[in-house]
Design a protein around this ligand. Sequence first.
Ligand code: SAM
Ligand code: DTB
Ligand code: SF4
Length: 339
Amino acid sequence: MSNISRQDIAHLFDLPLMDLLMQAQTIHRQNFPANEVQISTLLSIKTGNCPEDCGYCSQSGHHRDKVGLSPEKLIAIEKVVREAKRAKANGSSRFCMGAAWKHPHDKDLPYLTTLISEVKALGMETCMTLGMLSLHQAQTLANAGLDYYNHNLDTSRAYYDSVTTTRTYDERLQTLDYVRQAGINVCSGSIVGMGESRQDRIDWIYELTQMPIPPQSIPVNLLVPIKGTPLGDKVLEEGRLSTIEWIRTIAVTRICCPKSVVRLSAGRESLTDGEQALAFMAGANSFFYGDKLLTTANSSMSNDDHLMKELGLTAKRASPKVVQITDVMSKQVDELVVA
Ligand code: SAM
Ligand code: DTB
Ligand code: SF4
């Protein structure tokens, strides 16, 4: 837990932009190779009809009639492996699998652990984002070798009710705690530009600094405004947050969580190369690569190849967690107990 205060964070946000970028880039270079970026690819393994009502999300069953997204059941393991192989061939070190669930059911665990084993067998790091987990579920995924679990706080505690009403902030923190206890790396980020105030962005960063250790991976999404979702419609009507404020949020996150990988996440598609370059200057060192995020378009791979070359960025190699023999043995014991 860090002793940084909300006032310290507010002060950073208020700095002249160039001073803020200098500080963020200096801290970035003290903790990471200067020009190296971690590259992940996303795949939706179960799409739409989600029982949660997140106001930004195309996949919520609550906005289904207005968004018109076609739901898809769990996809075949072979298809996931095919997509992971493609992602690896394209240079991604991590494969992130997302499901539109409130939480997985225990009956889904064998499917999920098989996916983890198959993707790890390719030499890639694995990440999943499946909604809330029980401790037992987190441990089962950990035993299968899951490297990262993504579970975003999205915003401040105060603004949370304006974003989602079907779960609480504390439930979200509880799952992060189970993930940490199970020994999986935590990936937890935000969405900026949902109509929240700067104070909400400050409070979200403060939450990260209050964790036992900040998440190893912090995606900072810029809202992709999706027509038919309450928050997407609001932004399309009232206008987007300035990109500079998103860049400030990245820089302050980098300074407050110096050892975390900070990801330029959703929203890059609407940005210029120059704006993305500023975000890397602000200390971001990861992005999603691939033509699609979960349900929306990502920045094109050809543009990203061009951008990396132009900026002189190189891709970090994968270092997936090795499944320990004891993990395999405890998995076998679990299976014996279940049998
Ligand atoms: N259902 C799981 C959950 O919510 O934890 C996993 C999937 S969910 C789509 C993963 C994350 O994507 C959300 O927490 C949110 O931060 C981000 N996300 C979803 N829709 C978005 C949008 N329109 N713009 C930006 N980020 C979005
Ligand atoms: C995260 O923070 N962003 C990713 C990932 N974690 C799962 C998802 C972005 C989704 C963007 C909207 C969509 O494609 O549906
Ligand atoms: Fe469901 Fe996740 Fe979308 Fe919320 S963000 S509606 S939990 S898929």
